[in-house]
Ligand binder design. Structure first.
Ligand SMILES: Nc1nc2c(ncn2[C@@H]2O[C@H](COP(=O)(O)OP(=O)(O)OP(=O)(O)O)[C@@H](O)[C@H]2O)c(=O)[nH]1
Ligand SMILES: [Mg+2]
Length: 370
């Protein structure tokens, strides 16, 4: 059962200790002081890396153009087929609907969303008395915008300070890269950001996040690579939240290691990470973002279901829309949850630091078609 609107469980405040008073002590110290707590996992070997600014001023394209550019492959694929279908001067008939169904399915729209779209289209055709195939393009765009609009729910980070965002998803979908982009995005809104290198599994993950931190000039709380024992991801994030509280940081972005939904022990581990975050700060994480790779097609829908069951996902990031010719996966997510679609917080259309923005249904559909 999908839980996107489920209210957060109340958590005890047992671990709300003295971090606030220790504002000047820095993350490493606060990590040590908390080590004795029952609820605090191993906190050894946590260091921080505050870095110098590197100038990243170049802003060549607006995001609408980037989105359009990113969706070129989808547009070429879908647009070409639809032009062939709608542009031939034919009449609206059953054969046309069938061909449209095939085109939508091959764009990864999925059976549910395709059915919903075609039903809506038929209604529009009837209501508006459309007869010509050429008139269907605008009608299809309208149906698609209607379908995708419920996904468009911006993330409000003003409700808590720090606002803790946990990032999760399967391997290689773009979690760490999205954190780098989000850091820049939130900074551009005047927010202070701290990154937690909670992927202690992959050796290079720490360096990858630190590099993003350097680019954005934000502090990264990361495990000490010279520590003998591998750090517990929950411990790293726990310390990062305490550091953020001590420093009055607005937003904590917590990275986690990629995992397959079939790796049950790793799914248990991520549940534990979430529980421990709640011990560092009641009601945290305030947002659990699932990152999806647009190239995975229908598999993305399966991932939403599995991660939501484990973590009560509150929002999605869809990455790599620039690499796929099948942007229809966005509709597939709607088709899976027609009553209560998840919030698609951000879409990623490239590897650059500016290539992630809030999802906008109308811009998205325009970029897909025109
Ligand atoms: N083209 C494109 N590439 C992307 C996008 N987002 C991420 N990538 C690339 O995808 C690859 C994997 O990105 P990561 O951020 O390391 O993915 P991850 O989910 O953190 O991976 P793990 O931590 O190994 O599970 C990198 O080469 C990124 O540059 C995007 O929106 N578009
Ligand atoms: Mg990563």
């Amino acid at each position: 059962m999908f839980n996107f609107f489920k209210s957060k469980k109340n958590r005890t405040e047992e671990d709300k200790t003295t971090e606030k008073e220790e504002a000047q002590s820095g993350a490493t110290e606060s990590a040590e002081e908390n080590t004795g707590s029952d609820n605090n996992p191993e906190a050894s070997g946590i260091t921080e890396s505050a870095t110098e600014a590197t100038q990243e001023e170049a802003k060549p394209l607006g995001f609408a153009s980037k989105l359009r550019f990113g969706l070129t492959r989808t547009r070429q694929n879908l647009g070409k087929q639809l032009s062939g279908l709608f542009g031939g001067g034919g009449k609206i008939d059953e054969e046309l609907y069938e061909e449209l169904e095939t085109i939508l399915l091959t764009a990864d729209t999925g059976v549910n969303a395709t059915t919903l779209l075609l039903d809506d289209l038929r209604k529009q055709v009837k209501k508006q008395g459309l007869t010509e195939a050429t008139e269907l393009k605008a009608a299809l765009k309208a149906s698609l915008v209607d379908m995708l609009e419920p996904l468009e729910r911006a993330l409000d980070t003003t409700t808590n300070n720090p606002f803790v965002i946990m990032i999760t998803g399967v391997n290689g979908v773009g979690k760490t890269t999205s954190i780098g982009k989000l850091a820049k995005y939130f900074q551009s809104q005047g927010k202070s950001v701290l990154l937690a290198a909670g992927d202690t599994f992959r050796a290079a993950a720490r360096e990858q996040l630190i590099a993003w931190g350097e680019r954005n000039n934000v502090t990264v709380i990361a495990p000490d690579p010279s520590a003998e024992k591998k750090s517990d991801p929950a411990a790293v994030i726990f310390d990062a939240i305490n550091a953020a509280k001590a420093r009055g940081i607005d937003i904590v972005l917590a990275d986690t290691a990629g995992r397959l939904t079939t790796q049950l022990h790793l799914m248990e581990e991520i549940k534990k990470v979430k529980r421990v975050i709640g011990k560092a700060m009641p009601d945290a994480p305030h947002e659990v973002l699932l990152v999806l790779d647009a190239n995975t097609g229908q598999n993305a829908v399966t991932q939403v279901k599995a991660f939501d069951e484990a973590l009560d996902i509150t929002g999605l990031i869809l990455t790599k829309l620039d690499g796929t010719a099948k942007g229809g996966v966005v509709a597939a997510i709607c088709g899976q949850y027609p009553e209560n679609p998840p919030a698609l917080r951000f879409v990623g259309v490239g590897e650059g630091v500016d290539d992630l923005r809030p999802f906008n249904a109308k811009d998205f559909v325009d970029a897909m078609f025109d």
